[in-house]
Write a protein that binds this ligand. Structure first.
Ligand code: PLP
Length: 384
C-alpha cells in the first residue's frame, strides 16, 4: 500500500504508541484521584503539557487538552464569542477555513453573531486589505488558518496577528496542518488562540490541544468537573495525551529536518504530473505552501473516479475535500480561489509525509497518466 494522504491523518509513530501503552493498563488511574496510582497519570498529563507548550513557544498553563482539532476550533471560536459578546458580536474569518471553523461560524450566525468571510486570491492567500477594511468596533475575534489542508497555502498570520493586536481583537489560528511542520512561537507572533491535533503529526487520533494566551477572556467549553481548570471538564484521555506529548517531543528533536526530503519528493511528483499529463492546473501557492502538499485539477476527469482507480493500484490519495458520500459539491476552497466548479471536480490531492519513499512517488508517476488517459476516453468533453 502507498499512503499519500498525510493531510487527512498520519500513522502514529512507534515511539508514540510505546509511550501511550502503560496508561491503558498499569497506570490507569484517574488523574483527579488522591492516591499514588492517580499521581502517575497526573504526572504524565503535566509532562505532556510541557512538551506541547515547548513545541509552540507557550507556557504550560496556557495549554488545554481537547479531543482534537475540531474541538479546539469550536472551543476557541465559541469560547471567545460568548465571553465577549458584551463588547461586540462581529467575527472575521476566511472563505477557505476547515469546516470545524467554518461551520462554527455558521452556527454563531444563527445565534446572532455577524461573520465576515474574507476572500482569497487565486493561490488561496487571504486578502489582507479586505481583512483590514472589515475590522469594526464590534469585532471581537479574527480566525484565519495557518495553512490550508486542501491546497497547502500558508497564510500571512504574522501580519494578521499584528492587525488584530493593534485593534484589541483576539486572533485564533487553526494550525492543525502546520504544527510540527512549520516553526512557530505563539508569543512572538502575537497569537491568542492556536489549535493543534495529534493525529496530523504522528500522534494518536482523538486528542489535541488549544493554546489560550494568559488573560484571554474565554468561556469554558465542557461543563462538569474541575478538569483542565474547569475549562474542559471530563476525565482526561491520558493515553492520548501521553501520545500527543511524545509526538511533540519527537517534533522538537527532529527540528523540522524531514521537511526538505518531503519537499523534494513533492516537487518530483508535481513536475512529473504537470509535464506528463496535459490540461492540469496546480492549486495553491506555487512556493508559499506546505512541503508535503500537492493539489492539482486534472481537467475532464472526476476526482472520485481517479481515487477509485488509484485505490485499485494500492495508492491512497484524496480529492482534498472530505466529501460526504452522495454529495458531489465541489470543494469550497477551490471555488473560493476562483476555480470553476467543473474544473474543481477533477481535484486530486497527494500529501506526503514521514514514511513516503521515492519508490512510492515513482509508482504514482507510472500509473496516474494511464488512469487519466483511460478516464478521459470516456469523457465527451475531452478532445486531444
Ligand atoms: C484535520 C483538521 C482539523 C480537524 O482536526 P481533528 O483532530 O481531525 O478533529 C481541523 N483543521 C484542519 C486544518 C485540519 O486539517
Amino acid at each position: 500500500m502507498i499512503y499519500l494522504d498525510y493531510n487527512a491523518t498520519t500513522p502514529a509513530d512507534a515511539k508514540v504508541v510505546e509511550a501511550m501503552l502503560p496508561y491503558f493498563s498499569d497506570n490507569f488511574g484517574n488523574p483527579s484521584s488522591a492516591y499514588r496510582l492517580a499521581h502517575t497519570s497526573l504526572k504524565a498529563k503535566e509532562e505532556a503539557r510541557e512538551k506541547v507548550a515547548s513545541l509552540i513557544g507557550a507556557k504550560p498553563n496556557e495549554i488545554v487538552f481537547t479531543s482534537g482539532g475540531t474541538e479546539a476550533d469550536n472551543f476557541a471560536i465559541k469560547g471567545v464569542a460568548f465571553a465577549n459578546k458584551n463588547k461586540g458580536n462581529h467575527i472575521i474569518t476566511s472563505t477557505i477555513e476547515h469546516h470545524a471553523v467554518f461551520n462554527s461560524c455558521k452556527w454563531l450566525e444563527e445565534q446572532g453573531f455577524k461573520i465576515s468571510y474574507i476572500p482569497v486570491d487565486k493561490y488561496g492567500t487571504i486578502d489582507l486589505n479586505k481583512l483590514k477594511d472589515s475590522i469594526m468596533d464590534k469585532t471581537i475575534l479574527i480566525s484565519v488558518m495557518h495553512a490550508n489542508n486542501e491546497v497547502g497555502t500558508i497564510e500571512p498570520i504574522n501580519e494578521i496577528a499584528k492587525l488584530a493586536n493593534k485593534n484589541g481583537i483576539y486572533f485564533h489560528t487553526d494550525a492543525v496542518q502546520t504544527t510540527a511542520k512549520v516553526p512557530i512561537n505563539v508569543h512572538n507572533m502575537g497569537i491568542d488562540l492556536f489549535s493543534l491535533s495529534a493525529h496530523k503529526f504522528y500522534g494518536p487520533k482523538g486528542v489535541g490541544a488549544l493554546f489560550i494566551k494568559k488573560g484571554t477572556k474565554m468561556d469554558e467549553f465542557m461543563h462538569g468537573g474541575h478538569q483542565e481548570k474547569g475549562m474542559r471538564a471530563g476525565t482526561e484521555n491520558i493515553p492520548g495525551i501521553a501520545g500527543l506529548g511524545k509526538a511533540c517531543e519527537l517534533a522538537i528533536q527532529n527540528q523540522y529536518a524531514e521537511e526538505e526530503r518531503i519537499k523534494t519528493l513533492r516537487d518530483k511528483l508535481e513536475n512529473k504530473i504537470l509535464n506528463e499529463i496535459d490540461e492540469v492546473v496546480l492549486n495553491g501557492h506555487p512556493t508559499n505552501r506546505l512541503a508535503g502538499t500537492l493539489n492539482v485539477c486534472i481537467k475532464y476527469v472526476e476526482g472520485e473516479s481517479m481515487l477509485l482507480d488509484l485505490d485499485s493500484e494500492g495508492i491512497c490519495a484524496s480529492t482534498g475535500s472530505a466529501c460526504t458520500s452522495g454529495s458531489f459539491d465541489p470543494s469550497h476552497v477551490l471555488v473560493a480561489m476562483g476555480v470553476s466548479p467543473v474544473t474543481a471536480q477533477g481535484a486530486l490531492r497527494f500529501s506526503i509525509g514521514r514514511y513516503t519513499t521515492e519508490k512510492d512517488i515513482d509508482k504514482v508517476i507510472e500509473v496516474l497518466p494511464r488512469i487519466v488517459e483511460r478516464l478521459r476516453k470516456m469523457s465527451p468533453l475531452y478532445k486531444k
